[in-house]
Write a protein that binds this ligand. Structure first.
Ligand SMILES: *Cc1c(COP(=O)(O)O)cnc(C)c1O
Length: 350
């Protein structure tokens, strides 16, 4: 029976990418703005002739540009096909102990999928009632720690000092900090790479850089950790990054002004949306991301609200876990989109 030997997994379920036009798509935390004009320009000038050759396996142009943008050395920088690729490689490389890795019970739902896939023992640590992390819960023996900070889908940020304490108290295991949303007003722990040798920071182009379709993710750590990560990556597939992504990804990260502009716009729209949602009797932990994870305190059921929004061509995300079954995750769109959403909610909830 060959089926007895199949590696069976329950896959991660990504947010829906519908083919319908004119939807207000607020279900996967994409940026509502287009990529940098520099990306359009690089694409226009792209010479398809180079595609006959394999890409640079070291991705040095892109890794160099990312390193430069954050004042790190290229030897401290790793690049992958979206941060999902980077995270998967990091799990495979650094989580190789018999002790369980630790992550919150409510967090990015890919973590337990990779743990299952790679047969890594793991333990979910319950968040507090208000979705904050109790740092002491991570001061126990473990085979590694992964924290999304700010966390998804809650939006809650663990303060810098507490992230540092978790890193400091766990010098015998690798602590991965997934900073997918850090650009929307959070404080990065990137400088702690110079202070602790067990920290890996993972980032993505998919949210703040408005380039989810490019599939670029990256990581920063010390030279030694990055070289272990490279060894595993080259043992899996040497040419993961395609040439267009290398070229366009470089153009994107070099346009700092545009990046600042769109992230500030998203933050401003988020703050406006928070005030409007409060007026409509939603409650939520304060979000430092490009989404709000909100619960309606009135009588209408969560799923009925989600459906009513969908009937108005507005797509949001909801999850089924016991602790999150009343919550709606609303990505932050443009001002115009969020105005439509708030008007729709006013109508639905009246
Ligand atoms: C979106 C997201 C990712 C994945 O991003 P990609 O770079 O598109 O693969 C990783 N971690 C968290 C917490 C995310 O929300």
């Amino acid at each position: 029976m060959w089926e007895d030997n199949v590696r069976r997994v329950v896959p991660y379920t990504p947010g829906e990418q519908p083919k319908i036009q004119n939807l207000i798509k607020l279900n996967t935390n994409e940026n509502p703005y287009p990529p940098s004009p520099k990306v359009y320009e690089a694409l226009k000038n792209f010479d398809a002739g180079v595609l006959k050759k394999y890409p640079d396996p070291t991705v040095s142009m892109l890794a160099g540009a990312i390193a430069k943008a954050y004042s790190r050395d290229i030897s401290e920088t790793f690049v992958g096909v979206g941060s999902d690729d980077v995270l998967a490689m990091a799990f495979l490389t650094f989580f190789n102990s018999d002790k369980p890795i630790l992550f919150p019970d409510i967090t990015y739902s890919f973590y337990d999928v990779w743990a299952e896939l790679f047969k890594i023992p793991y333990k979910r640590i319950p968040l507090n009632e208000d979705f904050t992390i109790n740092k002491e819960d991570y001061f126990v023996e473990n085979g590694g720690i992964v924290l999304a900070n700010p966390n998804a889908p809650t939006g809650v940020e663990l303060p810098y000092n507490e992230v540092e304490e978790i890193i400091a108290k766990n010098h015998d295991s690798v602590v991965i900090v997934d900073e997918a949303y850090i650009d929307f007003g959070g404080r990065s722990v990137i400088d702690l790479i110079d202070k602790y040798d067990n920290l890996l920071i993972v980032r993505t182009y998919s949210k703040s850089r408005a380039a989810a379709g490019l599939r670029v993710g990256y990581a920063f750590s010390n030279k030694k950790m990055i070289s272990y990560l490279q060894d595993v990556k080259y043992s899996f597939n040497s040419y993961t990054m395609n040439t267009p992504s290398i070229v366009l990804g470089t153009a994107a990260v070099e346009d700092k002004a545009y990046f600042e502009e769109i992230k500030d716009k998203v933050i401003k729209t988020r703050e406006w949306t928070k005030e409007e949602l409060k007026k409509l009797d939603f409650s939520f932990a304060d979000s430092h991301t490009n989404f709000i994870f909100a619960k309606y305190n009135g009588n209408m059921k969560r799923d009925d609200i989600v459906k009513a929004l969908r009937d108005r061509s507005i797509l949001v995300r909801s999850f089924n876990g016991e602790r999150v079954k009343d919550y709606i995750r609303i990505s932050i769109g443009t001002d115009e989109e969020m105005k439509i959403v708030i008007d729709a909610l006013k109508e639905i909830l009246k």
